[in-house]
Ligand binder design. Structure first.
Ligand SMILES: NC(=O)c1ccc[n+]([C@@H]2O[C@H](COP(=O)([O-])OP(=O)(O)OC[C@H]3O[C@@H](n4cnc5c(N)ncnc54)[C@H](O)[C@@H]3O)[C@@H](O)[C@H]2O)c1
Length: 257
């Protein structure tokens, strides 16, 4: 077990990649708070983890609310006494409208996908700072690094999803530089196309095939479980001197450096 008693809060853990993180972290001995705006799904995941012998709770949160994210952090500390790891994974991805270029929609996506990450980090940081140790893991996306032209009419596209993810990568760097002196690290995981229900609903099959065959060195899309080892690594002391990094887990789709 690589994360024995590590207290981890994971936003957006009610389904998809966040759920996979929760399952793997419990298997590695972590105490996990499943945080999600979807109460039914989040409670079901936490209940399932407990039935399997894990130490897990559900915490309701809308990550775009400062009040909610503060309450989330407080509840985790009340129940488990500390916060070692926070994975800011929640985002509007399932059912996202890629053709909605309105300002209102752009703000909505920023509210959850970007401000939600910042608010999550802001809520857990005081506890980590007090501990003198902690790992914040943000969830960006390789969509931030792909510059596909977006089909559009007269309206200029807003590039909403991709730009929020690019902003998260930048935030990760700024956070890491500022919180490092207090023993707290911040790194991002940047997944390539991962076969969650959200991807199946959002990404057309022909686009996915074009990405896998045309852009990835390893010719298959990811499963959520492909991302879990990186999350465990970033939460553990094995990555004690790694901070401010964006780790793409993408079968070689985008190559940094
Ligand atoms: N699946 C992919 O191919 C892929 C690739 C790159 C990055 N990502 C990123 O990984 C993360 C998870 O992706 P996924 O495919 O599992 O997505 P998903 O849409 O299946 O899951 C997102 C989860 O976040 C929750 N959520 C949404 N809004 C919330 C809010 N305001 N407050 C709290 N919880 C909220 C949802 O209820 C859901 O449980 C997202 O950040 C996504 O952008 C996914």
């Amino acid at each position: 077990m690589r994360l024995k008693d590590n207290v981890t809060v994971i936003t957006g853990a009610g389904q998809g990649i966040g759920e996979a993180y929760a399952r793997r972290f419990v298997a590695e001995g972590a105490k996990v708070a499943v945080a999600d705006v979807n109460r039914e799904k989040g409670e079901a995941v936490a209940e399932d983890l407990r039935r399997a012998g894990g130490d897990a709770i559900f915490v309701p949160v809308d990550v775009s609310s400062e009040e909610d994210t503060k309450a989330m952090a407080r509840k985790v500390v009340e129940r488990f006494g500390r916060i070692d790891t926070a994975i800011a994974n929640a985002a509007i991805y399932y059912g996202i409208d890629n053709q909605n270029f309105s300002l209102e929609y752009l703000k909505k996506i920023f509210d959850v996908n970007y401000f939600g990450v910042w608010l999550t980090a802001r809520a857990v940081y005081p506890y980590m700072k007090k501990q003198g140790k902690g790992s914040i893991i943000t969830q960006t996306s390789d969509a931030a690094y792909l510059r596909f032209p977006v089909p559009h009419g007269d309206d200029l596209p807003s590039f909403h999803y991709s730009v929020t993810k690019a902003a998260i990568s930048a935030l990760t760097h700024f956070l890491a530089a500022s919180i490092g002196p207090h023993g707290v690290r911040c790194n991002a995981i940047s997944p390539g196309p991962t076969m969650t229900d959200a991807t199946k609903k959002t990404v057309p099959a022909e686009t996915l095939a074009m990405i896998v065959q045309g852009m990835m060195a390893i010719k298959r899309p990811l499963e959520s479980e492909d991302l879990c080892g990186t999350a465990v690594f970033l939460a553990s002391d094995e990555s004690a001197m790694i901070t401010g990094q964006v780790l793409s887990v993408n079968g070689g789709m985008v190559m940094h450096g």
